[in-house]
Design a protein around this ligand. Sequence first.
Ligand code: 7TS
Length: 404
Amino acid sequence: MYDINKVREDFPILSREVYGKPLVYLDNGATTQKPRQVVEAMVDEYYNVNANVHRGVHFLSQQATDLHEASREVVRTFINAHSTNEIIFTRGTTESINLLAFSLGEAMVKEGDEVVVSAMEHHSNIVPWQMMCKRKGAQLRVIPMTDEGELQLSVFEGLLTERTRIVCCTQVSNVLGTVNPVKEIVRIAHEKSIPVLVDGAQSVPHMRVDMQDLDCDFFAFSGHKIYGPTGVGVLYGKEAWLEKLPPYQGGGEMIKNVTFEKTTYNELPYKFEAGTPDYVATHALATALAYVSSLGMENIEAHEQELTRYALERLQRIEGMRILGAAKERDAVISFLVGDIHHLDMGTLLDRLGIAVRTGHHCAEPLMKRLGIEGTVRASFALYNTKEEVDALVEGIEKIRKMF
Ligand code: 7TS
């Protein structure tokens, strides 16, 4: 059984108050709170193990290296990658995508080539590709979506040409909560031998992901959105692809031999990991993945799906409520507007009631343009949220609505 009260005890921050009101934290799409286990793993490593990895013969360095490399194996198991050579540690989703856009651009993008992204991408899965396209004289193509917030796969197929170098798509929209059929997108792209990057920033915390089943070529996610620390994330890439791509940054760790004339690069995954990695964060990320695994991803998903269903049902009954997106497959993210109340006013007033939501364009300005709005209020749920917190949100919105 999923014991929500016991789970909440692992997150000390959830029992604090803001403005004298109990905190209702519904901004999990931006970042999640951290369980004791994760924070303690970091404290313990800094107090008892700290030393730079991969460089020392001494005891602490070996121990820190062992923790760091064991974390890579934890990540591999968690996403069911084939090999730890496919797990590149980065600073987060954003850096993972920048790495890939640079390396893939260098390796295989020429003038006139095309990159396909979807209408509902976060800026971090648009701008790095745009920058690379500008450098290379290539162009972005966009998979359109319906008013319900579902990608139009029939149009998508038509966008793929012999000039398409990669397809980049989020698994879950951080605004609409849409769960995209990425497995189908991968299948369609692979028919034309085009690789696919899946942005897993908003999916990995909420559902089991399996690299060998999805069969995507690249996958990116952030540690801080899945109860891990800030400053660490992952780029998964199929080994055959990563072997073909050049390094992103130069420096220590990523080299085999250096002379002033010529440098040979290290093997995978180190070729893509220049400089001292955040080895404390990688260990803490592995601790976070072990934490969610101990609760069971299926249990987390069931809990959050139930919460989302409950929230949608209650929110829909509020007068003037407009929920953005109505995809059949959706995750624990709900964007809304109420009457003509500005999203920023709604967010600010909810905050005064102790309820933390996100407002604005959510780093998805092209999606806002498609929806014909400037921003939304967004509630996003995590494994520790409760129906009572949804009730508090609904009551808060009702109170604010009556004020206007
Ligand atoms: N991709 C998606 C789908 C995201 O939702 C985010 C962050 C990112 C990429 C970037 O992740 P980062 O960890 O590298 O910053 N999304 C949000 C959000 O919705 N509110 O704040 C950050």
